[in-house]
Design a protein around this ligand. Structure first.
Ligand SMILES: NC(=O)c1ccc[n+]([C@@H]2O[C@H](COP(=O)([O-])OP(=O)(O)OC[C@H]3O[C@@H](n4cnc5c(N)ncnc54)[C@H](O)[C@@H]3O)[C@@H](O)[C@H]2O)c1
Length: 320
């Protein structure tokens, strides 16, 4: 049994991760600034409500802890991170700087940082039929947006804390994680949840709006695979950034068609060309993660989306 801290555990990935670590019999302290997650409680041993932009709160959070999973971040889907720059950079750099320093001062044994596919340079993502991104492709740097720049900077700060102070680091670059119990409304939701919600709201026959021309591409990784990969990475000896994602590239049109098919409705798609779309294409190369962890995703996009769609539908019916 280890004493584990999960920050951002009121959020999507953090709550699922905490639940799995708790199920495995660890002492799990969860911390968040707010608790609007959807998981049924309890999925933790101890819960603290703290603003981790403040160093004294990071010291409280990391006291007597062996392993830190630092997932707290001010973030959202493409709509949010395109619109908001300063707040995202300021909040996340404060959280990450204070969490690293507090972990050092409280002699934490290992620190996990949740980085992102947004660290990869825009010049490698200009074509829908894009080559999968390898970890080494992050440099020369030109991240997608302000959020991606902050993630890349914090990766470097983790490297510096490892080099100068011997803090043991694990760094995951998550690529579009989706699944039940994630945000599906309010402006911070990601494409699988946003399209599911629109399909549920539409009539039958009905229509939905797609952001962009629908030809932009992405790959999507189901939450259970993400949690399993994150725990495997933390337990491994690998200290450099590692992709956790899927290498099945789909267009947003294909994603929407899978969701429409799950719904059983007859839905036509309209395209909003003025909406934010992010990079033209993005895929994850899994060669390195397969080699060092023996990890790859197990849940198909169809299976994962079916579970996600059903969960969102249940939530929306409850609210009626
Ligand atoms: N979901 C993805 O596809 C994805 C992709 C790449 C990287 N990531 C990273 O993984 C991590 C978790 O993402 P998620 O999808 O679960 O996001 P999320 O928004 O659901 O969870 C983040 C949590 O951090 C909390 N938080 C924000 N500011 C805080 C503060 N000042 N103090 C304490 N808590 C604070 C939020 O309240 C939220 O509950 C984040 O670091 C994110 O950048 C996620």
């Amino acid at each position: 049994m280890k004493k584990i801290l999960v920050t951002g555990a009121g959020g999507f990935i953090g709550s699922h991760l905490a639940r799995e670590l708790y199920r495995k019999g660890n002492f799990v302290r969860v911390v968040d600034i707010k608790w609007d997650g959807y998981l049924e409680e309890p999925y933790y041993s101890e819960k603290l409500t703290l603003d981790l932009r403040k160093k004294e709160n990071c010291l409280k959070a990391t006291k007597d802890i062996d392993y830190v999973f630092n997932l707290a971040a001010n973030m959202g889907g493409i709509g949010f991170i395109t619109a908001v720059g300063a707040e995202v950079m300021r909040d996340n750099i404060l959280i990450n700087t204070n969490m690293l320093q507090a972990s050092l001062e409280n002699e934490v044994k290992r620190f996990f940082f949740s980085s992102s596919a947004c660290v990869y340079p825009t010049y490698k993502q200009t074509d829908a039929n894009v080559a999968p991104l390898k970890e080494e492709d992050a440099y020369p740097a030109d991240p997608d947006n302000f959020y991606g720049w902050e993630k890349l900077y914090t990766e470097k700060m983790c490297e510096a804390y490892a080099k100068d102070f011997g803090l043991d680091m694990r760094i995951a670059r998550y690529h579009n994680i989706y699944g039940p119990e994630g945000t599906y409304k309010g402006g911070r939701e990601k494409s699988p949840a946003a399209i599911s919600r629109k399909v549920i709201e539409a009539g039958n026959p009905g229509e939905i709006e797609i952001w962009g021309d629908g030809k932009q591409t992405r790959s999507y990784c189901y939450i259970d695979d993400c949690v399993r990969g994150s725990i495997m990475l933390m337990e491994s000896n690998y200290t450099k950034p590692l992709n956790i994602g899927s290498d099945r590239l789909v267009s947003i049109d294909e994603l929407a068609d899978i969701i429409i098919n799950i719904s059983g409705k007859k839905i036509s798609k309209n395209y909003d060309l003025s909406a934010p779309q992010g990079v033209r294409g993005r895929n994850a190369d899994l060669t390195l993660v397969k080699k060092v962890l023996g990890w790859e995703p197990r849940v198909s996009l169809e299976e994962g989306l079916e579970k996600t769609y059903k969960w969102i539908e249940e939530q929306m019916q409850k609210k009626e």
